[in-house]
Write a protein that binds this ligand. Sequence first.
Ligand SMILES: Cc1cc2nc3c(=O)[nH]c(=O)nc-3n(C[C@H](O)[C@H](O)[C@H](O)COP(=O)(O)OP(=O)(O)OC[C@H]3O[C@@H](n4cnc5c(N)ncnc54)[C@H](O)[C@@H]3O)c2cc1C
Length: 201
Amino acid sequence: MKVELLAITPDPERLIELAARTCYQSAGGESSTPLLPRLLASGHLSPFEHASATFRISGCSRAMTHQLVRHRLMSVCQKSQRYVREDSFDYVVPPDMAGPLREEFAADMETIRSMYCKWRERGVKKEDARYVLPNACATEIVITANFREFRHIFTMRCAPAAQWEIREACMLMLSELNRLAPGVFADLAREFGAQNRGEKE
Ligand SMILES: Cc1cc2nc3c(=O)[nH]c(=O)nc-3n(C[C@H](O)[C@H](O)[C@H](O)COP(=O)(O)OP(=O)(O)OC[C@H]3O[C@@H](n4cnc5c(N)ncnc54)[C@H](O)[C@@H]3O)c2cc1C
């Protein structure tokens, strides 16, 4: 899986702070605690909606993106199986099917590939032939969300209860956003970094 940051609001923390200070008509200096952690702690989250980021995720499965697109406050563009041929589709191998089971899994994928090609050769449109394709089918997706929504997505999808592939994608996005806006994401990066390493926070 590859996760690339395509765009981010310039100087996002400054913009969030500026929006929040508009609410209080304050210029800063009134507290020794930085403003962003105070906003997070108090649940004053609307200022975080003014900053956003766009990622491209590729080499991931449709099983993963099916979960990701459930997040309705996110904008999405995804590779179409109506318009793009899948006769040589790539696929994601779950870790539990790697190792000695990998060959059997690859043979299953080959069977599905020949099923897809059979229907295409019979003149069936891509939009219908795709009905035989697997959840493992590799895809590419571009998503945009504001920082409030990214915090929500990470809270749900970086937790150990989340499925491994969406957790991997979200941990990579969290790491990138934490690098560029630690005032917004450091608490989540700390919490989920530790949890995913099996440590207690
Ligand atoms: C571990 C796990 C297991 C899951 N298992 C299943 C499953 O078996 N089956 C299944 O169908 N889904 C499952 N889901 C998906 C889950 O139910 C949500 O659909 C998905 O995580 C999107 O979350 P959300 O609605 O909070 O997010 P978003 O769509 O990103 O929304 C963000 C927030 O906006 C608010 N919001 C958005 N839309 C509305 C609305 N229409 N009305 C009121 N408030 C709204 C809510 O506060 C919401 O939390 C699972 C998720 C997880 C993390």
